[in-house]
Design a protein around this ligand. Structure first.
Ligand code: PNS
Length: 166
């Protein structure tokens, strides 16, 4: 293992979930510096702005001194090179994630063989969780309180007063 391991945990984080936080905590234990990188794209169906996602991620990872929150656009591997990262960290929940993740990891390796993708298995209690589902629950006025960290829920309730008010 290199003496100073820098990993990037990329994603949309719209919104950050308990599953993301679990991976951030576990990832931060494995590397010297973990960069949580929010994809900047102009997705029309986004629930939150990338700024809001960054604020939430900063709050939930504030107790982890080696975690940084950043944004990226363009190719992930180009961003990884710019940030001198050795590793891309991704989570796998179920077999259904494997195909897409394998494809991304192999394409990224083809473009930048020096960057290794490392997978962490999602903890069993979060293996059913996805931002997409949480987003749907929130926009339909449901209670997402047990799927996202408390700080995220508080901010979501401010932005979407109907959330968790049933
Ligand atoms: O949380 P997500 O939406 O599953 O994250 C997907 C993400 C951001 C990791 C992926 O879409 C990505 O890396 N996008 C950047 C563009 C890129 O590098 N594409 C080539 C990957 S093969």
């Amino acid at each position: 293992m290199p003496s100073s391991l820098v990993a990037i945990f990329p994603g949309s984080f719209d919104p950050p979930t308990n599953g993301h936080l679990d991976l951030i905590v576990r990832g931060a234990r494995l590397v010297n510096h973990l960069i949580v990188a929010i994809l900047q794209n102009t997705q029309k169906s986004a629930l939150l702005t990338t700024g809001e996602r960054a604020e939430m991620l900063k709050e939930i990872s504030a107790h982890l001194p080696n975690v940084e929150i950043d944004f990226f656009d363009g190719l992930l591997v180009d961003y990884a090179v710019r940030r001198h990262a050795d590793t891309i960290l991704r989570g796998i929940r179920a077999v259904s994630d494997y195909e897409t993740e394998l494809q991304m990891a192999l394409l990224n390796r083809r473009m930048r063989p020096e960057i290794e993708t490392v997978f962490l298995m999602a903890s069993a209690e979060y293996s059913f969780l996805s931002s997409r589902m949480v987003k749907e629950i929130i926009t339909l006025g449901g209670d997402a309180g047990s799927f996202v960290p408390e700080a995220v829920m508080r901010r979501l309730q401010t932005k979407f007063p109907a959330a968790n008010k049933r």
